[in-house]
Design a protein around this ligand. Structure first.
Ligand code: NZQ
Ligand code: ZN
Length: 388
């Protein structure tokens, strides 16, 4: 285990009915706020009316930015920055999934920056300050509700890039599992794949002596596996939705489950190149890429993959070599993703070979990626080819 520091400032307000605290929590941070939301789900579910009512009861003046896209776009972020600057916004409230929260974070940083907010995503500048934000999470997936990351798409240039800063951690996040009952089946699936993928990025590590971290990871994976099918059978399953929501937050909240470990993140890097060009849901891309990444890299540390097979999937080690066990665990992952309804090939999205080279090139634009196995352009290209 390596040395580490950990500080996570986000206040989590978790549970049924906690949405009723939105007015009070928001008013604590600002009287003039920007309410950021997506393409309309919060209006059809009634959440919008509920939030507006609470805010008005707390005497908060609300400006709005609606229409944040899944895979949120820079052009929309810039609209939000304009509103913040012209309206004297003190606080940003994001109500939605990861895309809405990520857009809110980019707006929060951009509003207090003199240059182009995209500078933060190309590495040209680092985030030194940001407006405070709060979130109401409506989809269990990214962990954005308790971390300092944001991922934005530059649609015209077909680029999707992330930025991170301690200034981007939300001040509070309301996690009311009931708000996720209306998440469509496919996004419930993609969200769970994303949660599991966040764990994989941390669990498949070369760092030695990390038994507690490994068990944190395994417990989240098992909890997602146990709860996703009940949530698909009955979208209003309170326990399943609550467990998935908490798994999502714990899987990527500033690295709590993998403190002292070197993380990988290559599969995320590759997926971001796919969704940058084809605008597919992030979790859907991961369901295709991750099992192929596993097959490509597992020999770097067969013992960790064998442990994954036995501890997470309960595969019997008797009569199997470590290598066979590792491959059985990877197969179980692929089968599970398929069983819950995720796509298994890029062809399922109509994606062919045309842009593979560009995606591989962009994935390693700044440097080789990954740490479990360092991937150069040719490695990325091979994983993409395996995913066709
Ligand atoms: O736009 P609306 O109408 O709200 O509909 C959304 C959207 O169409 C819908 N939805 C959300 N909550 C709902 C709901 N529909 C009905 N009822 C509800 N309660 O679901 C669709 C997908 O939403 P989105 O926010 O795009 O999904 P997700 O939370 O998976 O976020 C994906 C984005 O986050 C980035 C991804 O790359 C992608 O851009 N990521 C952010 C990370 C972070 N900040 O730490 C890490 C991740 O690895 C990831 O890269
Ligand atoms: Zn992810």
């Amino acid at each position: 285990m390596n040395n580490f520091q950990f500080h996570n400032p986000t206040r989590i307000v978790f549970g049924e009915g906690t949405i009723s605290r939105i007015g009070e929590l928001t008013a604590h941070y600002g009287k003039s706020i920007l309410l950021v939301y997506g393409g309309g789900s919060i209006k059809s579910t009634g959440l919008y009316d509920l939030v507006r009512k609470q805010l008005s009861a707390s005497n908060v003046t609300v400006h709005e930015l609606a229409g944040i896209e899944p895979n949120p776009r820079l052009t929309t972020v810039n609209k939000g920055i304009d509103i913040c600057r012209t309206q004297g916004i003190e606080f940003i409230l994001a109500v939605g999934g990861g895309s809405v929260i990520d857009a809110a974070k980019a707006i929060a940083a951009g509003a207090l920056y003199d240059g182009d907010v995209w500078d933060f995503f190309t590495g040209k500048a680092s985030i030194k300050q940001a407006l405070p934000i709060g979130t109401v999470l409506t989809l269990a997936a990214t962990g954005s509700e308790m971390n300092g990351n944001t991922v934005i798409s530059h649609w015209e240039e077909k680029l999707k890039r992330g930025a991170g800063s301690s200034h981007l951690f939300p001040t509070f996040s309301i996690l009311d599992p009931e708000l996720t009952y209306t998440v469509p089946r496919n996004h419930t699936v993609y969200g769970s794949v994303d949660i599991m993928s966040h764990v994989f990025e941390q669990y498949f590590s070369l760092t030695e002596n990390t038994p507690l971290q490994e068990r944190f990871c395994e417990s989240i994976l098992q909890t997602v596996i146990e709860n996703i099918e009940p949530a698909l059978v009955n979208p209003n399953d309170k326990a399943a939705r609550a467990n998935l929501m908490w798994c999502g937050t714990m899987a990527l909240n500033g690295g709590q489950i993998s403190l002292g470990m070197v993380n990988d993140w290559a599969s995320h890097g590759i997926e971001h190149e796919v969704s940058a060009i084809y605008d597919i849901p992030h979790g859907a891309g991961l369901a295709v890429i991750f099992p192929n990444w596993m097959k490509y890299v597992y020999k770097e540390r067969v013992d960790r993959f064998a442990q994954y097979a036995t501890r997470v999937w309960g595969i019997d080690a008797a009569g199997k070599t470590e290598d066979e066990l590792a491959l059985a665990g990877i197969e179980a992952t692929r089968d599970f993703f398929t069983r819950i309804g995720a796509e298994s090939t890029l062809a399922d999205f109509g994606i062919g070979e045309e842009q593979l080279d560009r995606m591989a090139e962009e994935a390693v634009r700044y440097s080789a990626i990954g740490s479990f196995k360092t991937l150069e352009k040719n490695d990325v290209l091979e994983i993409l080819r395996m995913s066709l």
